[in-house]
Structure formats: C-alpha cells, structure tokens
Design a protein around this ligand. Structure first.
Ligand code: ACO
Length: 448
C-alpha cells in the first residue's frame, strides 16, 4: 500500500463549556492567569449524560455516515483513552455495537492506554497494519476519546473533553512519512492515576512540564537524526510547514516551539539571523538541566520564535484553546485545527507532530499532505468537521455548574444502579448519551 495515512477525520466535543475568564474570577486567582498565563480561552466538559463511551459512539457513527463508509469495510478499530471506565472491557467493544448490526465482527484491535499517548499508539498500530502483510484491504479506524477532569486547584482549568475518529488507509490526503519517527520513553511519576476509585489524576505540575520538554528535545534529536540519515541533509524548522503539539494548555505549546528553535540554534548557530544569535548566544553553554530551569532562556527563545510561531503553530491552536486538554484527542484536535484553518494551502506540505503522554511516552512523527479524491480530500475533511459550527453552537455555563457536575461525577464514577437525568436538550441530533448504569454495572446509552 502506498501513501498510507489518514483518509478522513471527524471530531466531537460536548456542547457544555465554561469561559476561562469566568473561572479565573470564580477561583479567585489573578486576572489573566488562565487566559494569558495558561493561554486558554474556554473549556468543554461532559455533563452527567456524556462520557468517553457516548462521545466515541457519536463520533464513529458520524464519521461513517458523513463520509459514506460501509461499516463492513472496517477491518481494524483501535481506541486510545486514559479515562478508564472498566479495567477489563475495552471501549472498543462498546463501539462494536455499531458494526455488529451490519454483521461485521471481524475487526481487530483493542484499547491503548498511557496518559495522553494512547491515541498515538492506536494510530501507529493502524498505520503499521495497513503497511503490513496482515492487511486485508479494508480500512483502519482510530478513536481518541477522553474527559480530562482535575481535582479542585491549579490543574482544574487545564481540563477538557472530546473524541476524534480517523479513518486509515492507502492513497491518503494525510500520509505518513513512516521512516521519520523519533520516540522517547522513560519511567516518571509526573502524572498518573493510581487511585482507581477516582477519575482524578495525581499530578506534579512542574515535573510534568519539565518531563514534557525533555521528551520533546529527545524526540526532536532522534527525528533529526533519522531525517539526516534518510534525506542526506540537516533538518530544521524550515523543513516543515507546521508543527503540531500535544496541548495540555497553550502556554506549553508556545514554550515547546521555542524549545525546538533553541535546538536548531545549538545544532547550527550559523543558520540563525544576527538578532537570534545575539539573544540566544548567552544560553549556548547551559547544561540540559540548567536550560529547563532558565526563565531567561524561556523568555528569550519565545521572543525569537514569535514570528515563526505565528506562521507554523498558531493555526493549530484553535480547538485546544477553545476546548481545553482533551488528553489523547488533544494532539489530533490541534491537527484538525490546522486542516480547518489552512486546508486549501496544505497540499504538498510536511507537518510534524509531537505526542506526549505522562509516565512517560512520546513520539515525534511526520505527515505529508496531498491532493486527493472526494470524499477523502482536505477540503472535505474541513467541511465535515464543521469546527466553527460546533464551537458556535456550544452552551456557556457559569463555573458553578462545572463544580456541581464534577461533584456529582465524583459519586457516579465507578458507581452502579443509577439512572441519569436523560436530559439531551443541549445535544444535537445523532448524539449518544448515557441513560442508566444497572445493578451489574452495565451501561446503557440512547441516541438523540
Ligand atoms: N496574568 C498573566 N500570566 C499569569 C498570571 C496573570 N495574572 N498569573 C500567573 N501567570 C502565569 C505564570 O507566570 C505562568 O506562566 P509561565 O509558565 O510562562 O511563567 C503561568 O501563568 C502559570 O502559572 P503557574 O503559577 O506556573 O501555574 P500553576 O502552578 O498554578 O499551575 C500547571 C499550572 C502546573 C500547568 C497546572 O495547571 C497543572 O498542574 N496542570 C496539569 C498538568 C499538565 O497539564 N501538565 C502538562 C504536561 S502533562 C499532560 O498533558 C497532562
């Protein structure tokens, strides 16, 4: 199979949202901390009728319908999620309800879990499958679905929720440059979920930021090394049209891109203009550890990187800033933002993505965008996703509603024998929602 990659994408995020500015006031933090400090505008959240299973049912059904895909044509289905609802039964098996109806039970794949990285593991599995000898000619389907919720405190404004589905096959408008991948995997306790009775993670915020940036440096080094090996020349930021990052909050994305620019400077100072050399020169001798701690370097590199950031990163930030951290879906929501904003000018261009999951696992990989036939074209993907329409039709709640919902969910998580309000008034037609969990913990969903 040639040009294996992403043929089609759809995205779903819950209609309930809260403005970060309102959260700042509610939480009593200084004005601008969440909007400028974290760089976030708004945050979507699941009300008591939505969860990772309902969102993934919604997005898979919608993708199949909108691109006219026969459910029998799916041969592999992989889910990435870190929102564990059942320690044994995968989310993938819930999604099988869609395919069983059409007599298709011959579908490989289960769930992948490692913090925000599970979606990337699922995606690489599907791409590898289509590129392999075991491929049977049918499509792969990848689903990333998460509800990111934190205990009260500084991490709460970095929540969010969404599900993304991506159809995988040959001759794709978004094809993988499969040789160009660099990974970094290590043991760390930066963010983890050891308390199985709670949906909230244990998080060391500062450590998670450093782990993220260290993993980024390491992946970029491996990525550049492979690029040089296969392309016979040095890689730099100018070799890709856009850079897409896992986006816990926008400020970290700004810092990450600046960090890549600093890497380029260290590898090849002569490639930089005079102003960059002058601003970054003083930091050239810092050790790795010192460089992660240096606020001055952070500020200087962000300043130097600003024009390139506006060109190569800003178009990827729309959905992550509006919806928040979507864990496994975050990176792909950032990529979807790029398609939404720039679909008409991306053909022929390379886009580099960085996936990070705490604990920790990370991969940087490369995509090549191409013109291709309807319905699998960049412009049709942008049309189907209807990002503007979905953002506009959200319902804004006051922070009190978020707090009240999270309180209720603290009791509902892992619980049995309850019925939900079944209130689907906010949901658009075709959306799945949770109606009941019975005395055997079995979950039931309805479709609006
Ligand atoms: N106006 C403008 N900026 C402000 C203001 C203000 N009024 N107040 C604070 N800031 C800035 C700070 O200077 C800081 O920016 P800087 O990093 O450029 O210096 C930023 O806002 C955040 O302020 P902090 O005091 O550092 O924030 P805090 O420690 O309270 O929380 C954190 C931030 C650690 C990110 C927290 O939200 C968290 O733990 N989130 C979850 C973990 C996470 O997302 N980690 C990322 C990788 S792992 C993953 O994806 C889950």
């Amino acid at each position: 199979a040639e040009n294996v990659g992403i043929l089609a994408i759809d995205i779903y995020f819950p209609p309930a949202c809260v403005q970060q500015e309102a959260l700042e006031a509610h939480d009593g933090v200084s004005k601008g901390k969440y909007t400028i400090g974290l760089g976030q505008d708004c945050m979507s959240f699941c009300t008591e009728v939505e969860d990772v299973i309902s969102m993934s049912l919604t997005v898979v059904t919608s993708l199949l319908e909108k691109y006219g895909i026969d459910p029998k044509q799916i041969g592999r289905l992989e889910v990435g999620s870190e929102t564990v609802i059942d320690k044994s039964k995968s989310i993938k098996t819930f999604l099988m309800q869609i395919f069983e109806k059409y007599g298709n039970t011959d579908i490989e794949g289960v769930d992948s879990t490692n913090a925000c990285y599970g979606g990337t593991a699922a995606l690489l599995n599907c791409v590898n499958w289509v590129e392999s000898n075991s491929w049977d000619g049918r499509y792969g389907l990848v689903v990333c679905t998460d509800s990111a919720v934190y205990a009260e405190g500084p991490a709460r404004p970095t929540g969010g929720a969404a599900a993304i589905a991506m159809l995988i096959g040959p001759d794709a408008p978004i094809s993988f440059e499969s040789k160009l991948r660099g990974s970094h995997m290590a043991h760390a306790y930066d963010f983890y979920k050891p308390n199985l009775a709670s949906e909230y993670p244990v998080v060391d915020g500062k450590l998670s930021q450093t782990c993220y940036l260290m993993a980024l440096d390491s992946c970029y080094k491996h990525f550049c090394h492979k690029y040089e090996k296969f392309e016979g020349k040095q890689f730099s930021l100018s070799d890709a049209e856009s850079f897409v990052f896992h986006s816990p909050y926008n400020k970290l994305v700004q810092k990450s891109f600046a960090r890549l620019l600093f890497n380029d400077f260290l590898r090849n100072p002569s490639s930089m203009d005079e102003i960059a050399k002058e601003k970054l020169g003083p930091f050239a001798a810092l050790s790795g550890d010192e460089s992660y701690q240096s606020r001055d370097l952070e500020k200087a590199s962000q300043l130097v990187a600003k024009p390139l950031y506006d060109e190569k990163v800003q178009p990827t930030t729309l959905i992550p800033k509006q919806v928040g951290n979507m864990y496994t879906a975050s990176l792909y929501a950032a990529f979807a933002s790029l398609i939404h904003n720039k679909h008409s000018t991306l053909a022929g261009k390379r886009v580099v993505l960085f996936s990070y999951g705490s604990g920790l696992t990370a991969t940087m990989f490369s995509l090549r965008l191409r013109d291709s036939q309807h319905p699998f074209s960049l412009s049709n993907i942008a049309r189907v996703m209807d990002v503007d329409g979905k953002l506009k039709s959200r319902h804004e709640f006051l922070p009190e509603k978020l707090v009240e919902t999270l309180k209720l969910m603290e009791h509902r998580y892992g619980a049995k024998e309850f019925v939900t309000s079944k209130d689907s008034s906010l949901l658009s037609p075709g959306t799945f929602y949770l109606t009941e969990v019975d005395s055997m913990y079995r979950r039931f969903y309805a479709k609006k």
